[in-house]
Each structure stands twice: as C-alpha cells, then as structure tokens.
Ligand binder design. Sequence first.
Ligand code: NAD
Length: 270
Amino acid sequence: MSYNLLKGKRGIIFGALDENSIAWKTAERVHAEGGTFVLTNAPVAMRMGQIKVLAEKTGSEVIPADATSQEDLENLVIKSMEILGGKLDFVLHSIGMSINVRKGRHYTDENYDFTTKGWDISALSFHRVLQNLYKADAMNEWGSVVALTYMAAQRTFPDYNDMADNKAYLESIARSFGYFFGKEKKVRVNTISQSPTATTAGSGVKGFDGFISYAEKMSPLGNATAQDCADYTVSLFSDLTKKVTMQNLFHDGGFSSTGVSQEVIERFSE
Ligand SMILES: NC(=O)c1ccc[n+]([C@@H]2O[C@H](COP(=O)([O-])OP(=O)(O)OC[C@H]3O[C@@H](n4cnc5c(N)ncnc54)[C@H](O)[C@@H]3O)[C@@H](O)[C@H]2O)c1
C-alpha cells in the first residue's frame, strides 16, 4: 500500500548491494511513495552488486562513491542535485563494514589498521556525509537524514566485535550533528536501531543464525525485517515526523525493552 508520502521529495540512498540490503528495500519503498533519488555505493560494491537492476526498476541514476572519500562525496552531492533538479529532502546512510569481523580477529586481538578502516567506513563516513550536505547547503528545510545502527552500541553482543564501538560513535554523530543541522537549517538527523536482519553485512557476524532466532524469540512482535525497516524509514523521511531529531530509534519488535520472554524461559526450564 502506498500513500504518496514522499511525492515531490528528492534524495540519496547509500548502501544497496543486493536485494537483501536494507537500502534496497528502502529504495523500492521510497519509489512507491513517490520519492526520486540517486543510488550510490562504493565503486568496488558496484562490480559485485546488482545496483543497476534496482536503478532500472526505480528510474534512478547511480553515482559511485566511496563513503570515506571527500572527493567522491562532494561530487555525489553536487551531481545528485543536478540530476534531481534541486536540493535534497532525504538521505539514507546504510553503510557498515568491519575488517576485524571479516578477517576473524577477536575483539581482544584487534588489528588497529583494520579497526581504523572499519571505523572510517562505518562511523566517520556518517559525519562526512552530513558535513558535505551541510557545507553544500544541499538539504531543503525539514529534510531528513537517517543512518542505520544496532543495539550493540548500548549492550554487549560479544561477536559484534568492533562494530559495537563504531555504532556508538555513529549514534553520537546523529546527536551532535543533528543539533547544528536542526538549528541552522531545520534538518533532522536520526539513527534507526534495527533488529538483526539477514543481509550480507548481517550474516558476516559470527553465530548470526543463533543470534537472529534468539532475537526473534525475545521480541514480542518478532524481529523487524528489512521491509519493515524500509517502511519505518519512509515515515522518518515524510512530513509526518518533522520534529523528531537527534534520536536513536529502536526498531526491533520490542527486543530492547524485554528482559526475558516466555519462550526463552521455557528453553531453559527443565
Ligand atoms: N543486517 C543487520 O542485522 C543489521 C542490523 C542493524 C543495523 N544494520 C546496519 O544496516 C546498514 C546496512 O547493512 P545491511 O544489513 O543492509 O547490509 P549490506 O551488506 O547489504 O549493506 C552494507 C553496505 O555498505 C556498503 N559499503 C561498504 N563499504 C563502503 C564504502 N567504503 N563506501 C560506501 N559504501 C560502502 C556496502 O557496499 C553495502 O552496500 C549497516 O549500517 C548495518 O550495520 C544491519
């Protein structure tokens, strides 16, 4: 069902790698709600990914950009405004990668070059994106920027490794930048803390299958899917949430407020 919530709105969507990606589902949903956008991803991801299929489906153009490159981001912001014919109303940052996780390095044995690179991609890139939008005066008033995060920023999930620290940093940027973007340009900045979701990035976390079914059993509403996340993101891009800013918004079927569920108790009762 569509409600034309984003009719006439323009934006940039980072991070659609394949059809499982949260950004992919969001792009489809934004398109259905009447929004137009530029799709972007790291040049290396474009070679592996299927982003062109999504671009055709949604009538979008693709501009490669490494989210750690100032030059790429500057070009992306300027070109997007040219292509879309004006300033932007929404931006989705859906980017994450830990090299320590990929290479199987334990949290107590981090390779700090990997840590730094992962932080640059997963956390600092959010500041870079915001700073580029801010300096280019690229956002319309009441525009909305959303980044995706995970609850490991607040609570320990041992196998989430250094991504937990990256997410804590990312969430802090939403508050810090959100202040200035709100005051100066009436733009809102939020993070969505999403349930574990079966995607390329998600499945890279060790023990992900156990992790996702545990969360499912712990959440009164069940895990939020990528599709659910797309719906929620649309609401944050729409004019219906104009005064929501600098928040970390849990989108997890109730997981974050649940101490224990009946299903989990039964599992541990003899
Ligand atoms: N899947 C989960 O369980 C889950 C849960 C909560 C939050 N998240 C977050 O959601 C976001 C999207 O992840 P996803 O689960 O859809 O997985 P995904 O693997 O589909 O998306 C991650 C994206 O990051 C992109 N990326 C990596 N390095 C980049 C760079 N240097 N420049 C630009 N883009 C780069 C990848 O190409 C990919 O498109 C991430 O921030 C992730 O941490 C995921």
